[in-house]
Ligand binder design. Structure first.
Ligand code: ADE
Length: 278
């Protein structure tokens, strides 16, 4: 997958692109990334990229010229003029403008973007971007949350990070299956928040790891994790539990948790349950 990010301040993004897993993914040929400085496409002697808003209003807007030229150079195709046939769905390069007035970003969108061969992301600055550029080149307007950042670079990084790690081979499939919002696996037909996790030592200061996790009883561990996922989702994101597709097991756990604070007794029927005491 190739990701191209257009920005007036590409240095904000460079560190991320050159670090850690992303650099490895690039080295392994799974990803390629390009940072484009929109100012390189300004043609006047001051390399001007912004101007006042028609009709009045605070702040400045990004000019259509430099950004359009940068988008053309990145291979984003213009949407055909009114009256002309639209291209086949998927024929236009996916071009995302990150903006607080876009569609709210989520894991399903990240997965959808990760299936594209190429993604172009536009970072806004100042008060935003001339609408004509959005109308002509942008296929998706995306917000990372209901708050306003001072520019699009941080939002673009959030988007890139959520997307590239889903590209096959970048991160192990097993890690992806178990994290929050993974909605594909086994009993987890709907997306739940991830359960709490612990590492050694089993007793840290006065704090002990839940006993079930050191019991070696796999079925109890799976059940405990699912229950904790449901409990956490209920506490922090109850709206996720109202979604279609909750498994009967999740619904049962939910009822238990709501009615009596839950029955946390581990299942001791398995005679093979071993406590290795770590
Ligand atoms: N730019 C500024 N705020 C933003 C947000 N919440 N999401 C996406 N882009 C932004």
């Amino acid at each position: 997958m190739k990701i191209t990010v257009l920005s007036l301040f590409p240095e904000i993004l460079r560190g991320f692109f050159e670090s850690s897993i992303m650099a490895k993914a690039v080295e392994r040929g799974l990803m390629s990334c390009e940072l484009v400085n929109i100012r390189d496409y300004a043609i006047d002697k001051h390399r001007k990229c912004d101007d006042e808003v028609f009709g009045g209003g605070a702040g400045m807007l990004m000019l259509p010229g430099p950004l359009s030229r940068a988008l053309e150079a990145a291979g984003s195709s213009p949407c055909p003029p009114a009256g002309e046939a639209s291209p086949e769905p998927g024929a236009r390069k996916r071009t995302v403008f990150v903006t607080p007035s876009g569609r709210l970003f989520n894991q399903a969108m990240a997965a959808e973007f990760s299936r594209e061969a190429e993604l172009v992301i536009v970072c806004g600055r100042y008060e935003g971007v001339d609408q004509r550029v959005i109308d002509r080149y942008v296929t998706d307007e995306v917000s990372i949350g209901d708050y306003v950042l001072s520019s699009g670079e941080i939002a673009a990084l959030v988007l890139v990070d959520a997307v590239y790690r889903l590209v096959p081979g970048v991160i192990s499939g097993e890690s992806l299956l178990e994290e929050s919002f993974a909605a594909s696996g086994g009993a987890r037909a709907a997306a739940l928040l991830e359960y709490p996790q612990y590492t050694r030592p089993a007793l840290y200061d006065t704090l002990r790891v839940p006993e079930v996790l050191t019991s070696g009883h796999h079925a109890n561990i799976v059940r405990w994790r699912l229950r904790e996922s449901v409990r956490k989702t209920l506490a922090y994101r109850p709206e996720l539990l109202a979604a279609e597709g909750l498994s009967s097991e999740v619904r049962k756990l939910l009822r238990e948790i709501i009615t009596e604070g839950g029955n946390d007794e581990p299942n001791t029927e398995d005679p093979g349950a071993a406590n290795d005491g770590r």
